[in-house]
Design a binder for this molecule. Sequence first.
Ligand code: SAM
Length: 296
Amino acid sequence: MSGSKINPDHWFIEVHEEAKVLAGFEIEGKALYSKPSDFQKVEIYQTKNHGKLLAHDDKIMVTEKDEFVYHDMIVHVPMFTHPKPKHVLVIGGGDGGTVREVLRHPSVETCTMVEIDGDVVEACKEWIPKTSSELTNPKVSLKIQDGVEFVKNSQQKFDVILVDSSDPIGPATPLFNVDFYKDINKILSDDGIVVSQAESPFYEMNMQKALVKIKAQVFDKLHLYNYINMSYPGCLWSFSFASRGLCPFKDFDPGRVTGEFQYYNPQIHWGAFMLPEFQKKAHGDALTPTPTPFWK
Ligand code: SAM
């Protein structure tokens, strides 16, 4: 491929303006689905080597090939830290992959998913059953509305809240501000945990620092943990873990990890919180210190 000219009609390309990089996937023919919703352009393509690809406003959201990494890590780290998560709230997550993983935990009684864009859900139900398979599960309550409004008005308490949002642009912008997290805190149960998509420390360090600053104002415990995301520019991406007290180390019992996963395991659970130096330095004491590894 080196040096060969690529035919743009055969590629889905995401341009990352600030980082001046491209992420590209060779596609087969025209979009399987392409429609402007009330919030964003929603597209689904068949790629040559990464299965189906979901994109919003030309930004890659999901590829079938590697979605398991993101969905394992946003879900199983908090769900195996909480002693018995019964009621879970997912904000965003329109492709359904996060809900699919939440329902693998037998303790779950209800999973409420609040997605602002119904077209995303319908498109994924039709074209990406691999992620959307559990959206019709009786335990799932699917609400097509703004997550900010839902959180502001909800009377229910949740044990685990997962903010599975797109980048802070368009409808997702208010999901990255302190009022949203103050409202989240009101509907979190006493030993609740909230995990949020926290961008890439390579290409969005300012966004990540802003999110950490916001969540540090609201929660006593705040950590970042990393995972690899082949489909997103920058490849190294983070989630933020916040709670009033539950610790992803002390309160994590590896013996509870049962079931077959493709990415997550107890070692990955621990290792994900061991941050690279540049990321630790960038956040300084805004993050809760992680325990020194066992060998020291
Ligand atoms: N789970 C995917 C992955 O594997 O990376 C990516 C995230 S998912 C597609 C992000 C979703 O957040 C989108 O479907 C978008 O419509 C939704 N969203 C954005 N702003 C929202 C808001 N204010 N309330 C609810 N959902 C929102």
